[in-house]
Ligand binder design. Structure first.
Ligand SMILES: C[S@@+](CC[C@H](N)C(=O)[O-])C[C@H]1O[C@@H](n2cnc3c(N)ncnc32)[C@H](O)[C@@H]1O
Length: 281
């Protein structure tokens, strides 16, 4: 079902980014959680990784991002780990990856990818198990529950197993929810025809990209902002057309009360949907 023919292995190796987007477009919407330009931004950063022994990449929250990690790792003969509490997502993705990427490239999905259907920060099955496996990580993409407390907990776990130089990449980096993701909760409540709940002011923090940069800069010698592919390309990304009501910048049906005059602020927020940092210890 997902073994659509892109081209020969030779052509795939030559045209890696178009192949990645070709496979991404096969995903059902519920697995395709990031824009194409963000997926390519992740892939390009991954391709800059240096070859290091016993060093893996990782992500929290699987989906389209998993394809970028998978293609990079299988092209570079390395491995990665994903944590997601939704086991069905991992299982479904494994089928898609197997049919769409592994078959034409002749690789075994399990040699490249370990999926852990559990909490990313768990003491016994979360990110820190990499220590027990004698592995380090030089790349983390964090896209789980979108609160600052969760992102920071994941980064703290990542720091325990990070190599001397590492990339930290964030989805929805413009979010400013400290402890509770009221946007997501209100989506659920709206579907249940329950009244929206008002977000208390003390749940608001600086946008994640600022909070995370501040945190990293307080701990490490060098924290460099990555000049990423997403920022130069999100404006013309047709992934945002999923949101039909208003085509630009992902204004969804949940944001109907969003007035057009708020558009420019939404646009500047979308600029920071994806952010990444290179950190040197
Ligand atoms: C926004 S989606 C990820 C999108 C994905 N990166 C993509 O590219 O399509 C967030 C995922 O994080 C998972 N999640 C939420 N909280 C989590 C946690 N504490 N540990 C692991 N996964 C979590 C959810 O099950 C959900 O599948």
């Amino acid at each position: 079902m997902y073994d659509f023919h892109f081209d020969t292995k030779k052509k795939i190796l030559k045209d890696q980014e178009n192949f990645l987007i070709f496979v991404k477009k096969l995903l059902p919407r519920w697995l395709n959680g990031i824009p194409d330009s963000e997926c390519l931004a992740i892939f390009r950063i991954l391709q800059k990784r240096k070859k290091r022994k016993n060093t893996v990449a990782l992500e929290t929250g699987c989906g389209a991002s998993t394809l970028a990690l998978f293609l990079h790792c299988c092209l570079n003969k390395t491995k990665f780990f994903s944590w997601d509490t939704n086991g069905s997502k991992g299982s479904y993705l494994r089928t898609i990856i197997n049919e769409s990427i592994c078959q034409p490239l002749n690789v075994n999905v399990n040699d490249v990818w370990s999926f852990i259907p559990y909490y990313s920060t768990d003491k016994y099955a979360g990110i820190q198990i990499l220590k027990e496996l004698n592995l380090k990580s030089d790349f983390g993409f964090f896209d789980s529950s979108h609160t600052l407390s969760q992102v920071k907990s994941e980064i703290r776990e990542f720091e325990k197993i990070s190599s001397n130089e590492f990339y930290i990449a964030l989805d929805d980096a413009y979010y400013n929810k400290k402890n509770v993701n009221f946007t997501f909760l209100n989506i659920i409540r709206t579907k249940l025809k329950l009244k929206r709940v008002k977000e208390p002011l003390n749940n608001i923090c600086l946008p994640f990209y600022e909070e995370v940069q501040k945190y990293l800069s307080s701990k490490y010698k060098k924290v460099l902002k990555v000049d990423d592919y997403y920022k130069k390309n999100f404006n013309k990304d047709d992934w945002f057309n999923y949101y039909k009501e208003v085509k630009d910048f992902g204004i969804s049906s949940y944001d109907k009360k969003f007035s057009k005059k708020d558009f420019s602020s939404k646009k500047s927020k979308m600029f920071h949907r994806f952010d990444a940092f290179l950190v040197k210890k």
